[in-house]
Design a protein around this ligand. Structure first.
Ligand SMILES: [Zn+2]
Length: 161
């Protein structure tokens, strides 16, 4: 299952989303984007090829550079146990979807990343990714309940007024 998607253009994170609170990679997506970009550049420089995947702790990171638009760099994170071939297939699908949907914005990219906010919803819709909280993760369901209770509290307050 895909835990995170990061789409980076020239070191800027256009898309940065975790599919569950439990998958969070921290707050600073730009730092993370720079880290991956530097890692790729070093690999190209010293080894002559880019990194396709990387295991860190219980996560697997997959990298993909679009050959059609080489300024864009895709990263997905999965569980270490997920099938690598499936993830490599998915990252290509994500890349071609992204290119298809946003080619106009990307051509004259003005630095505004809000255009890309709905992309992850498309990935969920197309069943390329799923939210963790819809399954049985303890951490995410606790957060979901807190959110639900907060909403209930707010609607109760509205009734009082
Ligand atoms: Zn979760």
């Amino acid at each position: 299952m895909i835990q995170n998607v990061l789409i980076i253009k020239n070191g800027i994170a256009l898309v940065d989303r975790s599919f569950g609170q439990c998958y969070s990679l921290g707050q600073d997506s730009h730092l993370l984007a720079s880290f991956f970009s530097i890692l790729q550049n070093l690999s190209l420089e010293f080894i002559g090829s880019s990194i396709k995947s990387l295991n860190i702790s219980n996560k697997k990171f997959f990298f993909y550079k679009d050959h059609i638009d080489s300024t864009i760099f895709y990263v997905i994170v999965s569980d270490i146990e997920d099938d690598s071939d499936e993830m490599k297939f998915k990252i290509r699908q994500i890349a071609s979807l992204f290119r298809e949907k946003y080619s106009n914005y990307l051509k004259d990219f003005d630095g505004n990343i809000t255009y890309f906010n709905t992309f992850v919803d498309l990935l969920i819709e197309m069943k390329l990714a799923q939210k963790c909280e819809d399954h049985s993760c303890k951490e995410c369901s606790v957060i979901k309940n807190i959110r639900r209770n907060k909403k209930k509290l707010i609607s109760n307050l509205n009734l009082i007024y």
